[in-house]
Write a protein that binds this ligand. Sequence first.
Ligand code: ZN
Length: 375
Amino acid sequence: MTTKKAKYMNRIKQTIVTGGVILATLGTVTGCAAEEVPVPEGYEDIDTDLADVEEEAVPVEDMHMAEAVPYTGDEKEETETPADENTEVVEEVPEEEFLPGYPTEKDWKERHTGSVSYIWEPTVLVSIFVNEEEDFWTEEEKQVILNNCNIAYGFVADYMKENYDTDVELIYDWTEDPDLSMSIRLYEDVPAYITTEEERHYDQLELEWVEEIGYRDLCLKYNTSSIGFLYLIPHEGGSYSSIHFIDDGDYIWNEGTLLYLQDMYSPTYEYETPTVFAHELLHLFGAEDYYSSAEVFEKETYDTLSKECPDDIMLRTFTKVNGVYTTFPDEVYGEITPVTAYLLGVGDEDAIADLPELERKEAACFPGSVFDRPF
Ligand SMILES: [Zn+2]
């Protein structure tokens, strides 16, 4: 059994040599052979009070939808007789769609995009605030996250509209709709850097957290089938996203980003930045990392990417000032280039004329399996 999964770091490995502070933490991930890290204890110890919530979140069969449900066709057709005024009308109860456009959960999960679909479709983003044993989210810290979301997602929407005539609707503001956030208690501490072994544990936890959310109801409320999750950790760390790959079936269906309050790569542990929030969001819609240490493509591809897309936010989310790792706290610094637009399914194929490895048969989907990836 391999333990690899879709891990998209927003940082490049060269940061490892710049930040002496983090050398010890990163020791296990820089080499090819990651150390065996046992699954931390206490994994089942999620706050059990949330069990009731889970039950409520299970879709109720007799829930009535306000919208019309298309006729899906079933055996009732055979029983229909020619109607006249005197025939007793048998009321048809149409089957309820699981999500808009998807009659059943199976249909939904057979699509290739994962839980987050296309950037031009309204997408719900649920914030899951993870409170640890001794580290809780304060209201002030939550506001930092919301502010980052406002800046990052506002940037993406404006940029896509202005440059690619694409409407982007991201539904995330929990101050407008409390259903868009949830707090969870976890009786363990999430490490600043999650190793490959530990990822299996966090995959499972993320799955359990998502199951606490009435995510189907949320999708129906906003009339969309596209939903992603922000797993928010109240201290420093290295944020990454979990992506669905076409060949992986149910494995990592729920797409989301584990985002830390602070950036472990910053020498002063600055807050995680809007640029990182935007970078991770684009992963959920199909964008790749453009830095060579991602090791997914050939070296030539990364060379071309750094030449053709030097300011793309998929290439870098920070800069160096006099050799010092420096972030952009109150803005998204960078571009969404035509190459990225192509991967998102919006742009023209001409954008990847020099980048054959980036060609996609299907828009906004990660081809192959995550187990083919080098992380
Ligand atoms: Zn990335």
